[in-house]
Design a protein around this ligand. Sequence first.
Ligand code: 2HA
Ligand code: ZN
Length: 256
Amino acid sequence: MAEIGRIAEVAGYLWEKGWAERNGGNISVNVTGLMTDEEKALPAIGSPIILPEPMTALGGHIFFVTGTGKRMRYICQEPFGNGSLIRISPDGTFFEIIATQPILPTSELPSHLLMHNYLRASGKDNKVVLHTHSTDLIGLTHCKPFLDSEYITRLLWSMIPECRIIVPRGIGIVPYEIPGTLELARATIKQLENHDVVFWEKHGILAVGNDLIECFDAIDILSKSAQIYFSARMAGYESEGMTSGQLDDLVEAFNL
Ligand code: 2HA
Ligand code: ZN
């Protein structure tokens, strides 16, 4: 399946970027539409695993998910040795691993599935949830003034035109929560009403979308903006940033 190759490709980028220390970050991709009927009916490997709450919009859906404790630098070499295909039960109450080895999904699976469930239930054709530990963007979340959605969005947009174009719905902010918890998932879902990228305070970044490469690109361009901002600060200047007029012109020129 070509999609598995893309997951491996992006896992490699995350490692090369320095955003995936040890087992940092995780990926889930809804691959239901890419599978044949026989593949969808593959027998389960191991016992059913109960979900913390029913994912009613995901009944019968199949996801590739990176494995708990698995490292991006190995996922890129061997996706099926470090991740698995899981099938959600028809009523959305449990899942089973169907391929290729009994590798338990990421600790953030409850978050990922709640998000997929929320997005599908609200009619969005979302397939991907990507979570990573981008150093420069996490650094921003350690500074109170940047934990304001409007402020940080405006600041990062104004560093380079592409950022306004590639991340048109801006950045949502989730105050610190323990990794892997449903509280973190619920707070994130609220932010996904208006944003496709969310910063988790002092932890990491989460992006949703239809395409894994596009999710990666959105985080990458935000990271680029943060680096431009920091470069000016390190040179002893406050970056000027694009003006509101220049940003508004992009909205018009690109129909954002
Ligand atoms: O998978 O990044 O948030 C490890 C994590 C948890
Ligand atoms: Zn994390």
